[in-house]
Design a protein around this ligand. Structure first.
Ligand code: FES
Length: 123
């Protein structure tokens, strides 16, 4: 009988600075653990919903937002966006991994908690 993983220490708090991510595992799943600009931790399946790239090979970045001047953009939210390494789709770390271009699509995400020095993913 297969054992169901309920709770796994995926990294130490100090393994990630705000705006960084790393690969880890949760049971048989490869996951990416990301720390947003505000220091909160998030975890997603390490597989892009487009064509399956390992998101941990991508980049944590920001995203352009339109200004009041037509055609001008500000680059904002540095540290809160995960960009896929293959075709550049961008996902909002702080909003359940929703794709910026179309928020009806999102990454599979996992629950995360911090206890003492450990970052824990759980079901
Ligand atoms: S595989 Fe991620 S954008 Fe294409």
């Amino acid at each position: 009988m297969q054992q169901v993983v309920q709770e796994v220490i995926v990294c130490k708090k100090t393994d990630l600075n705000p705006g960084e991510m790393m690969e880890s595992t949760f049971g048989k799943h490869s996951i990416v653990v990301a720390r947003a600009s505000d220091g909160e931790y998030y975890a997603f399946l390490n597989r892009c919903i487009h064509q399956g790239a390992a998101l941990s090979k991508g980049k944590i970045c920001g995203a352009p937002e339109p200004t009041d001047n037509l055609g001008e953009y500000d680059f904002k939210r540095e540290g809160d966006i995960l960009r896929c390494p293959w075709h550049g789709r961008e996902f909002d770390i702080k909003n359940e991994g929703c794709m910026l271009a179309n928020s009806k699509f999102k990454l599979k995400n996992f629950k995360v908690k911090v206890e003492d020095e450990n970052v824990i993913v759980y079901k």
